[in-house]
Write a protein that binds this ligand. Structure first.
Ligand code: FMN
Length: 203
């Protein structure tokens, strides 16, 4: 295995366009054969963030922290709800700030939903960057229902190719030189309107 990828879905519903996008990425990476893929499935069981509970956060968070720490790269897919990321995802990410679990971690973000999640992606890029993570790729999937079959599986060839391309960016990210990685991060961060002085160095 050359790369350990953690997939995180911000949507909790079974018939989720974001989960369907992660399925496309996973199928592509499994065909490559040299990537191990884990899913963070316990986000809904993570308690609401409370700094006073950080010493003993419970099993769901402990499992999530372990998954983060053994991953080389993280792929996050989230819906946009009322102009922001899914609260479940933001809650899980807030727990990571104290330990700096995402510091220097390469991350690819995508949002499938009506608008393509421009606000969700901006918010996610901002909160990840402020935690020191390196967002190296992003993808918008607008109007996912028009690109899927009756079961919610993506069927549109261009969308599938786009998801496969960001999955490839994710697995290549740990091998990028520091300069190449930071150049990519800076482009994504500045195009999202976020000040680049928040970008952490490569560790
Ligand atoms: C409560 C709620 C708020 C939403 N707000 C937005 C929004 O602000 N922008 C947007 O593009 N889509 C919005 N949508 C539509 C979602 O993007 C769409 O339902 C998406 O498919 C949800 O992701 P999922 O299929 O992975 O669960 C909203 C949906 C819900 C249920």
């Amino acid at each position: 295995v050359s790369c350990r990828l953690l997939a995180i879905c911000g949507s909790l519903q079974a018939r989720s366009a974001n989960l369907a996008a992660l399925d496309v990425a996973e199928a592509y990476l499994r065909r490559r054969g040299d990537v191990s893929i884990e899913h963070a499935r316990g986000l809904a069981a993570i308690p609401a963030f409370n700094p006073e509970l950080e010493a003993d956060p419970g099993p769901a968070l402990a499992a999530f922290l372990e998954q983060i720490s053994r991953s080389d790269v993280v792929l996050i897919a989230t819906p946009e709800y009322a102009g922001g990321i899914a609260g479940t995802l933001k809650n899980a990410l807030d727990w990571l700030v104290g330990a700096g679990s995402l510091y220097g971690k390469p991350i690819v973000v995508l949002s499938a939903g009506t608008s393509g999640g421009v606000h969700a992606r901006r918010q996610l890029i901002q909160t990840l960057t402020w935690q020191g993570a390196h967002v190296v790729g992003e993808l918008a999937i607008a109007a996912p229902r028009t690109k899927s079959d009756g079961d919610g599986r993506f069927t549109d060839a261009a969308t599938i190719a786009d998801i496969e391309a960001v999955a490839q960016i994710a697995v290549d990210a740990p091998m990028l030189s520091a300069d190449d990685r930071l150049a990519r991060v800076r482009e994504i961060v500045t195009s999202a309107g976020i000040e680049p002085d928040h970008i952490a160095p490569v560790v």
